[in-house]
Design a protein around this ligand. Structure first.
Ligand SMILES: C=C(O[C@@H]1C=C(C(=O)O)C=C[C@H]1O)C(=O)O
Length: 95
């Protein structure tokens, strides 16, 4: 394997792990949708989103990496809200 192939192989393994962890995260946000539906809680919680962004970046030393991870997590949370709204719509009670 060339250096490039070796590094791309490592990226492929990392991507698989990221995808599995994201799937796990979406399973939890689907469970949160069910709780919100049951308790009449809106999908969006900006304060919680700020906490998530702080937690995922607080131990990073490189500000540029921190900025990139913040943007990625904003997108993940957008998808999570989309997913929750779809689940809530399915049971006829979008919030
Ligand atoms: C998952 C939740 O719903 C929304 C999505 C969030 C997320 O994906 O982390 C965080 C806050 C909410 O805007 C939640 O309220 O915890």
């Amino acid at each position: 394997m060339t250096d490039l192939e070796q590094l791309r192989w490592q990226i492929d393994q990392t991507d698989k792990e990221i995808a599995e962890l994201l799937k796990e995260r979406f399973d939890f946000t689907a469970m949160i949708a069910a709780v919100k539906d049951r308790d009449g809680i809106p999908t969006l919680n900006s304060q919680r989103e700020d906490v998530v962004l702080t937690k995922v970046t607080e131990n990073l030393r490189d500000p540029q990496v921190g900025k990139a991870i913040t943007e990625i997590f904003k997108k993940i949370m957008d998808e999570s809200k989309k997913q929750q709204n779809q689940l809530l719509n399915r049971v006829g009670e979008a919030k």
